[in-house]
Design a protein around this ligand. Sequence first.
Ligand SMILES: CC(=O)N[C@H]1[C@@H](OP(=O)(O)OP(=O)(O)OC[C@H]2O[C@@H](n3ccc(=O)[nH]c3=O)[C@H](O)[C@@H]2O)O[C@H](CO)[C@@H](O)[C@@H]1O[C@H](C)C(=O)N[C@@H](C)C(=O)N[C@H](CCC(=O)O)C(=O)O
Ligand SMILES: Nc1ncnc2c1ncn2[C@@H]1O[C@H](COP(=O)(O)OP(=O)(O)OP(=O)(O)O)[C@@H](O)[C@H]1O
Ligand SMILES: N[C@H](CCC[C@H](N)C(=O)O)C(=O)O
Ligand SMILES: [Mg+2]
Length: 516
Amino acid sequence: MSAGIEAADLAARIGAQLLGADAAGALLTGASLDSRSVGPGDLYCALPGSRVHGAAFAQQAAQAGAAAALTDAAGASLCTDTGLPVLLHEDPRRASAEAAALIHHRPAERLRTVGVTGTNGKTSVTTMLRSALLDLGVPTGVMGTSGTVFRGADGTDHEIATVRTTPESPDVQAILAQMARAGTAVAAMEVSSHAMVLHRADAIVFDAVCFTNLSQDHLDFHPTMEDYFAAKASLFAPEHARAGVVCVDDEWGRRLAQSARIPVRTFTTDPAREADAVITRIAPDGFGADLRVRRTGGEEISLRAPLPGTHYAANAVAVMLLLEQIGHEGAAARAAIARAGSVPGRMELISQEPVLGVVDFSHTEDALRKALATLRAVPSTRRLIVVMGAGGDRDRSKRPAMGRAAAELADVVIVTDDNPRSEDPASIRAEVLQGAHAAAAAAEIHEVPGRSDAIALACALADESDTILVAGKGAETGQDVGGTVLPFDDREELRRRLAVAPPADSTLPPHPAEGR
Ligand SMILES: CC(=O)N[C@H]1[C@@H](OP(=O)(O)OP(=O)(O)OC[C@H]2O[C@@H](n3ccc(=O)[nH]c3=O)[C@H](O)[C@@H]2O)O[C@H](CO)[C@@H](O)[C@@H]1O[C@H](C)C(=O)N[C@@H](C)C(=O)N[C@H](CCC(=O)O)C(=O)O
Ligand SMILES: Nc1ncnc2c1ncn2[C@@H]1O[C@H](COP(=O)(O)OP(=O)(O)OP(=O)(O)O)[C@@H](O)[C@H]1O
Ligand SMILES: N[C@H](CCC[C@H](N)C(=O)O)C(=O)O
Ligand SMILES: [Mg+2]
């Protein structure tokens, strides 16, 4: 089905006023809210931003072939000046999702959709879900931090290089349309809190949604944890989803289970708690774990988590419950989870001996604590060495908390850089170090500017039976310094320093390389 709707029809359906002579018949075949990616026939969504009004770029969008603009009163004159037909709406950001859905003929209704939210675990759960569904023979796509990949009905894999955890709504709708056209049966996507506030995942009623957990992050964008929670919780409403799965390990999840306006099933890693699925036993096995799970009614089932730690046990159960909600139940679905394999850059095993080397995307205090506690529990671990830092132009208040967590749980902490972006790397390190030094712990603390040198120091300090965790960047392939992204991959760097051979090809089509 090819995209397209006439401007007058679109304006009527989104409740916009249409301005411009001869505007009614303009055919809109795509949409974009960034003038730099507008193509011929697109609706340019000129939105008010935090820095500038998108209408300032309407001329550029018109030159690139836009067929109309969607904007608010503040952007109207700049848009009409271009001569383009203008759809005037009081909330153009919200309207752009609905407009893009209409232009693409509501793609979310042409496949099954799963949305995963929570501070940590979104990429892990969507990736594990994709692996399990592919194993079950279901052509599946994922959209998230690691980019977008999807399998068509003919078995062909496609890749789209998306950058955000949740792309902008016109991109989300265009990608879902591509998936639907290719015959993808299930689309699993990460839904960030930014996405909920900025209406990126509007105009989708997910068949199933999942809440993994909430802990401190993004307090640069959200004024309070309550606001951050409210953004994520808003996904659990009939206009966004039909059914949900909620981890009730933390207080936020318990509140969500009570307040959700859609039916939800709950799960927990705490055997003392009540839930629809309770993990009663986690038996580490290799670099994964065998789980026992108690279901409603008391039935006990077995499930394999492909990665270690209580958090990956929780993720495996989340995947099991999501599969149930989209019609894949029982032993076959559980066997597919067991075969799911690993998640790039998440507790990724780089070497096993003489040093256990692991790369993980822990970039919050909670994730760092989980990763360090998991590695501490590995019987072969003698000393635990962590290389970590915190991102620039992101929540500053998490930096000391991350430093403190590292110093409390590791024996050696090497504080280094992690995408300083526009900030001074030394001042970011100072904030992390302040937390590390404040910890009531005896950890040895080093500051090493330059991530490559930091990883080198970790490898030099490691003796036989020590464990190295390189935290924060996971599968990222670049280091953003002052807006320039320099090639950098923790996994390659650690492999090189430990003189480990790169892994054999995975059987799954790879995710596109993560940007930053
Ligand atoms: C904080 C945040 O999310 N800001 C988003 C917001 O930017 P803004 O309001 O500052 O936009 P602006 O720079 O004032 O520009 C106004 C408008 O002009 C447009 N523009 C601007 C310049 C130009 O040349 N042409 C053009 O059309 C912009 O696309 C925008 O629509 O609206 C823009 C699009 O309208 C988004 O691209 C932008 O995301 C920026 C890039 C961003 O970095 N977001 C990150 C923090 C983010 O979304 N992260 C979450 C993290 C998830 C997680 O970790 O859980 C994610 O989902 O990825
Ligand atoms: N269920 C979980 N609970 C807590 N921590 C987790 C969980 N799952 C994964 N983690 C930790 O969080 C890190 C990030 O995981 P993942 O990439 O899956 O999260 P995300 O929600 O997609 O993050 P982002 O917001 O950056 O997209 C992992 O490397 C791991 O350390
Ligand atoms: N989705 C997260 C990723 C953070 C990754 C970390 N390496 C950093 O740069 O802070 C964010 O944009 O906040
Ligand atoms: Mg993610």
